[in-house]
Design a protein. Structure first.
Length: 256
């Protein structure tokens, strides 16, 4: 998912294979992917504001260029916002570091123990991590992300009970994995939804937005008018939640 704008094409798209190219518009490199779609979709992606256009097959480069020029001020605002967005430095998983869970900031307290290992929240300020004395940085990171995944999975039944009736779809399978390019994805044919384990750090309102976004894609795979209408009915404040998600801290990893 990205910050996205849609420009209506002048006519229906025609059938054909998908093609990709690059355009230079106002000093900005724009990736253009042509598909069998009716409308032109323009997206600006973190971390550095990569610009991508999905265009109907019938539109030539000049038509795409004009569409991008019409949104150039908006593109530059979004790119500037991404460049100014605060990013976490690389985490070393040592005591005193800041880590996030469900939108709240916690101080990590690493305790070496010969007993049970694991992670728990201690009040509203501390994230306690109990590890063996020889546990290195990478193993501590793996422990935290396993805990994040477990936290997201625990919420699956409640999300399904709340949103499946509203959207009119049933999710056959929920999964969590760490992804570098998107907050969530889905397979409409298999009715399967994947969530990025990074979401565990975000406010619950933002996580729920991603859940609903992917559930709606099981009904409507494209970001077209029908998709937006379903989102508006199910979650009227989804644009505000999307903005909040995009303003949240980015991880130290490179997001493309």
């Amino acid at each position: 998912m990205s910050t996205e704008s849609r420009v209506r094409a002048s006519a229906d798209g025609s059938a054909g294979s998908v093609s990709a190219s690059l355009l230079e518009v106002g000093g900005i490199s724009v990736e253009v992917v042509r598909k069998d779609i009716k409308h032109l979709h323009l997206g600006v992606y973190p971390p550095e504001g990569r610009v991508r256009v999905a265009a109907p097959l019938r539109l030539d480069d000049e038509a795409v260029r004009l569409a991008v020029i019409s949104r150039l001020a908006w593109i530059r605002r979004k790119r500037d916002g991404f460049l100014k967005q605060e990013r976490q430095s690389r985490r070393e998983f040592v005591s005193g570091e800041s880590h996030y869970f469900e939108g709240r900031r916690y101080r990590l307290d690493v305790i070496e123990s010969s007993g049970p290992t694991g992670i728990r929240l201690r009040g509203n300020a501390w994230m306690e991590m109990r590890v063996r004395s020889a546990t290195g940085r990478d193993a501590r990171e793996a422990m935290l992300y396993a805990w994040y995944r477990a936290g997201l999975r625990e919420r699956f039944p409640a999300w399904a009970a709340k949103w499946e009736p509203r959207i009119g779809v049933r999710v056959a399978e929920w999964r969590v994995r760490r992804m570098k390019t998107r907050w969530g994805t889905c397979n409409p044919a298999a009715r399967r939804i994947w969530l990025n384990s990074e979401l565990a750090k975000k406010p619950l309102s933002c996580i729920e937005y991603v859940v609903v976004h992917e559930m709606v894609h099981l009904v409507e795979p494209s970001h077209n008018e029908r998709f937006r209408e379903i989102m508006d009915r199910a979650m009227p404040d989804w644009p505000q939640r999307a903005d909040e998600l995009n303003r949240a801290h980015l991880p130290d990893e490179e997001w493309r």
